[in-house]
Design a protein around this ligand. Structure first.
Ligand code: ARG
Length: 281
């Protein structure tokens, strides 16, 4: 009888231990696996965590920039509105991380965020799964207004120093636009504008809509007649490679926004706010 009781007791212990260890297993893997131990899809993981982690580089109006909203420093711009729409579609909160542009795609690869929205130009050489384009426009060559008659072709910048943001497609374009061009690559875009205004560089290669934004506040700057034929025009959202389900959601938000005209309105608003915000110096 005693033996039977001991057996029953140890069986009971065994069962509860087993139950306990399964519990532990599922909570440990709760982030990326479902109860059957299968990998959760990117979309399911985001829904489970309740937040969409978006990486950006908030130095690039009207795509993304800092603005004082009710006395609080806030990151705003077209890409942020796009991020909000994607988060809304997924039914989760939007969490924004701001960092240097040249670190964004590496950080995405490391899993620091789910998506990057930073006016990123599609480039097959880059890491990531790219969405359909949400904005299509090429480059501008930003110069000082006084040089408008001097720099009229790419060749006219031969031997000059041309600026571009570090890690951008423009850095490569600038370096190759003419013979003996030295490309000054800086981490933050506004620092290039300062260099240009202080006569330290002769031009900046930048996305057209960003150049236009700077013109509104700086009379001494102008967009040159130089046309860079490069095909680098599509701005896309980027996800980790393999996360097709997430890019499908992003693409459906993009298709909707382009079709109903709401993206035009959002871009217009982002441009107007950026002008208002820019110091008029
Ligand atoms: N479109 C360019 C590229 O993808 C520059 C983007 C810079 N974006 C930014 N948020 N600073 O290379």
């Amino acid at each position: 009888m005693k033996k039977l009781l001991a057996l029953a007791l140890s069986l009971l212990l065994l069962i509860s231990f087993a139950a306990c260890s399964t519990d532990e297993g599922s909570s440990e893997n709760g982030d990326s696996q479902n109860d059957d131990g299968q990998e959760l899809s990117a979309v399911d993981q985001i829904k489970q965590s309740g937040k969409l982690r978006l990486g950006t580089s908030a130095d690039y109006p009207p795509f993304e920039y800092h603005m004082d909203v009710d006395g609080q420093d806030t990151i705003v711009g077209f890409d942020i509105e796009l991020g909000k729409l994607i988060a809304e579609e997924l039914g989760v909160e939007l969490e924004i991380t701001d960092m240097a542009f040249d670190a964004l795609l590496i950080s995405l690869q490391e899993g620091k965020f789910d998506l990057v929205a930073a006016g990123v130009t599609y480039d097959p050489a880059r890491y990531g799964l790219f969405s359909d384009p949400y904005y299509v426009e090429g480059q501008a060559v930003l110069i000082r207004t006084e040089d408008l008659d001097t720099y009229t072709t790419a060749e006219s910048l031969s031997g000059c120093t041309v600026g571009a943001q570090k890690g951008t497609v423009q850095a490569e374009l600038a370096a190759n636009m003419a013979q003996d061009v030295t490309c000054l690559e800086l981490v933050k875009f506004p620092d290039l504008v300062t260099e240009l205004k202080q006569d330290k560089i002769e031009a900046i290669v930048v996305d057209y809509v960003v150049a236009e934004d700077y013109l509104t506040a700086h009379d001494d700057l102008a967009i040159s007649d130089i046309v860079l034929e490069d095909g680098q025009v599509n701005k896309c959202v980027v996800a980790q490679e393999g996360n097709q389900d997430l890019i499908d959601v992003v693409n459906s938000v993009i298709a909707q926004g382009l079709a109903d005209g709401s993206f035009d309105t959002l871009m217009q608003q982002a441009k107007e706010n950026a002008q208002y915000e820019k110091p008029k110096s």
